[in-house]
Write a protein that binds this ligand. Structure first.
Ligand SMILES: O=C(O)CCC(=O)C(=O)O
Ligand SMILES: [Fe+2]
Length: 320
C-alpha cells in the first residue's frame, strides 16, 4: 500500500536552504490529500513516552466524575467527551489555549492531579508550544506557495485559538471493520495528530482509497479542516479521515486543533481569487456553520460546507 510522502521539517526555517523544497512538498501533499505527514521534534522520545505510556493511561483510568470536571465554555468538541461516544469506545479531554502561560494548562493538570503534577503540566505546555510553531510553519508554507502576501499570512495566523486534546480509544467495538471513528472532515481551520505506537489514522485519497498513516516515532500529521478550504478558496481540500485499528489495541492520540477566534468571519484570501479561480465560498461564520452541520438539514449533505456557503448553489447535492 502507498504511503503519504513524509516531509522532514526538522530545522527547516524561512530563509534556510531546505525551506523552498520542503514548502513545495508540503503544498503538493496538501493539495492532493488535504494533509501532510511531517517529521518534527515536538517532544523528545522520553517525554513522549512519559505522556503516552504513563500520564494518559493514568488520566483516563480516573473515575468518570473526575474526568467530567474538564469543561469548556468555548463550544463544540471541547472539555471531556465520554459517555456520549460510548458506541465508539472513545473518550477525550481537552484544554483551551494550551500555549498560554496564564494557567490554563495548570488548571487542566490540577483537575486530574489535585496534589499537582508539574511534569505533566510542563510536558503539555512544551508540546503545545512546539505544535503551534509547527502549525504556523506548515500553514505559512502552504499560503506562501499559493501566493498569499506575508502580511495576510500574519493576519491569518494571529486570528486563531487552539485546543490540545488527549484521546483514548478502547479496542474497536466493531471487530470486523476495526473502525472506531467514522470518516469525517474536521470543521476547524486545521488539526495536527500525534500517534504513538498504535496505528489508527487513515486518510482518504481522491479515488476513494484509504491510506493508513503509520505511527512512526517523531512524525505528526497536519490536516486541513473545512475552514482552511474556505480560506484557500478551495485550493486545499479538507482532509477526509477516520480511525481504524486492525491490531485491535487500545490507542492514545494527541490532537492539536486550530480554530477561529470567537465571532470571526472566515473568507477566501484576496490573492486566491482571480479569473482562473472564481470565488467558491461566501464569507462564513464558523459558529453558524457548526450549527448547520449538526442540524437535520445539514446532515443531509455529503458536502455540507458547499451547501452552507458555496457560491455555486447549483452544485449542491444531498446524500439521499
Ligand atoms: O485519533 C486520530 O488519529 C484522529 C482523531 C480525529 O480525527 C478527530 O479527533 O477529529
Ligand atoms: Fe478528525
Amino acid at each position: 500500500m502507498m504511503d503519504i510522502t513524509k516531509v522532514d521539517l526538522r530545522g527547516v526555517e524561512p530563509g534556510t536552504p531546505g525551506w523552498e523544497e520542503a514548502r513545495a512538498a508540503v503544498t503538493s501533499s496538501m493539495v492532493a490529500y488535504g494533509c501532510v505527514v511531517v517529521a518534527y521534534d515536538a517532544l523528545s522520545p522520553e517525554l513522549e513516552r512519559l505522556l503516552f505510556d504513563r500520564a494518559m493511561p493514568e488520566l483516563f483510568a480516573l473515575p468518570l466524575e473526575t474526568k467530567q470536571r474538564n469543561v469548556s465554555t468555548k463550544g463544540h468538541f471541547r472539555g471531556y467527551l465520554g459517555p456520549r461516544y460510548e458506541a465508539m469506545n472513545w473518550e477525550s479531554v481537552s484544554v483551551d489555549d494550551p500555549t498560554s502561560e496564564e494557567g490554563n494548562v495548570n488548571d487542566f493538570s490540577s483537575l486530574f492531579w489535585p496534589q499537582g503534577n508539574s511534569e505533566f503540566r510542563e510536558i503539555m505546555l512544551l508540546f503545545a508550544k512546539n505544535l503551534l510553531k509547527l502549525k504556523e510553519t506548515v500553514e505559512t508554507m502552504i499560503l506562501e506557495s499559493l501566493g498569499v502576501r506575508e502580511e495576510n499570512i500574519e493576519t491569518h495566523l494571529s486570528s486563531r485559538s487552539h485546543t490540545l486534546r488527549l484521546s483514548r480509544y478502547g479496542v474497536p467495538l466493531d471487530a470486523d471493520s476495526c473502525v472506531s471513528m467514522m470518516a469525517h472532515r474536521d470543521f476547524n481551520m486545521s488539526t495536527m495528530i500525534v500517534q504513538h505506537d498504535v496505528e489508527g489514522l487513515e486518510v482518504q485519497a481522491k479515488d476513494g482509497s484509504w491510506l493508513p498513516v503509520r505511527p512512526e516515532p517523531g512524525t505528526i500529521t497536519f490536516q486541513a479542516g473545512e475552514l482552511f478550504r474556505v480560506v484557500t478558496n478551495g485550493r486545499v481540500p479538507a482532509c477526509v479521515h477516520r480511525v481504524r485499528t486492525p491490531s485491535n489495541r487500545e490507542r492514545f492520540a494527541v490532537v492539536f486543533g486550530s480554530w477561529n477566534i470567537k465571532g470571526a468571519v472566515v473568507r477566501a484570501m484576496d490573492e486566491l481569487i482571480d479569473g482562473d479561480h472564481p470565488l467558491l465560498f461566501n464569507p462564513c461564520r464558523p459558529d453558524e456553520y457548526v450549527e448547520f452541520l449538526y442540524s437535520e438539514e445539514g446532515r443531509k449533505f455529503s458536502d455540507p460546507l458547499q451547501a452552507f456557503c458555496g457560491v455555486d448553489v447549483g452544485s449542491r447535492s444531498t446524500t439521499e
